[in-house]
Write a protein that binds this ligand. Structure first.
Ligand SMILES: NC(=O)c1ccc[n+]([C@@H]2O[C@H](COP(=O)([O-])OP(=O)(O)OC[C@H]3O[C@@H](n4cnc5c(N)ncnc54)[C@H](O)[C@@H]3O)[C@@H](O)[C@H]2O)c1
Length: 262
């Protein structure tokens, strides 16, 4: 595993990228890696302080990054996000639809409002970003859309009803985008992480009545017997964002310590 100190190889040189939910966890690791590999990174999030700090950190390290506030559940903001990339850089090469929210609740305990909130961010946000990104990508010969689904978009588990529904939707929305736009040079692929040690998972662990036991249980859901690290997902994003993956169209990349292989 990389410790993040190996030499960058410019795998994304010259590319303009948007990473939604870029201020934290997997998104943060992806922004850092993309910048290191030569991309211009637009860090998108609702956490402005964290997002701005990350963009500043990337710039201080010699990378190209800026922060843009956007709530992925709000149509006008998502449209403005893509327009911003077009107006500022004249292009968009990579879109990582990573922002998401989750709830551990089963159907019977999930309110309609909570269901709508999760679907709005996790599915409608991906749909809207894709809707506006595709024409911009096509203008410059294509691009790569990387949608972060989940192992929970492939298999069921107790609870997490709305989250499962949302991540399953992202999985097939990705394939729809992929087959529709393959000949436009726009590729779409999904990534399906297992349990990864990020603030999202930490919150679930820390609010459990028995955090230690819960963490061990979650780690053991994966044959590898540990939680993933954000960087381990970011490397998958890097591959799918780069031209190295140009024959990958509508594929599903599981990065999950073996969770769905069982
Ligand atoms: N951590 C895991 O175990 C795990 C497992 C499978 C899939 N995933 C997926 O990976 C992705 C990243 O998750 P993470 O664990 O890094 O979570 P995280 O909570 O650390 O990061 C998610 C980011 O999304 C942002 N966000 C939330 N709502 C938003 C909105 N409406 N508009 C814009 N930004 C918004 C948050 O502010 C946060 O910065 C998500 O799609 C998640 O479903 C995570």
């Amino acid at each position: 595993m990389s410790d993040g100190t190996e030499k960058p190889r410019g795998r994304l040189s010259g590319k303009v990228s948007i990473v939604t939910g870029g201020a934290s966890g997997i998104g943060e690791a992806t922004c850092l890696l993309f910048a290191r590999e030569g991309a211009t990174v637009i860090v998108v999030d609702i956490q402005s302080d964290k997002g701005q700090a990350l963009a500043a950190r990337i710039r201080e390290g010699g990378g190209k990054a800026e922060f843009l506030h956007c709530d992925m559940a709000v149509h006008a903001q998502v449209k403005a996000m893509i327009e911003y990339a077009g107006n500022t850089y004249g292009r968009l090469d990579v879109l990582v639809n990573n922002a998401a929210v989750e709830s551990p609740l089963a159907e019977v305990d999930t309110t309609e409002e909570e269901y709508d909130r999760i679907m709005d961010v996790n599915v409608k946000g991906v749909f809207l970003a894709t809707k506006y990104a595709v024409p911009l990508m096509k203008r410059n010969g294509g691009g790569s859309i990387v949608n972060i689904s989940s192992a929970y978009g492939m298999i069921g588990s107790p609870g997490f009803a709305a989250y499962h529904a949302s991540k399953g939707a992202v999985r097939l929305l990705t394939k729809s985008t992929a087959v529709t736009h393959a000949r436009d040079g726009v590729r779409a692929n999904s990534i399906h992480p297992g349990a990864v040690d990020t603030p999202l998972l930490r919150e679930a662990i820390n609010t459990n009545p028995d955090p230690q036991r819960f963490e061990t249980t979650v780690a053991n859901m994966q044959p590898i017997g540990r939680l993933g690290r954000p960087e381990e997902i970011a490397y998958g994003c890097l591959y799918l964002a780069s031209d190295e993956s140009k024959f990958c169209v509508g594929s599903e990349l599981s990065i999950d310590g073996g969770m769905v292989a069982q």
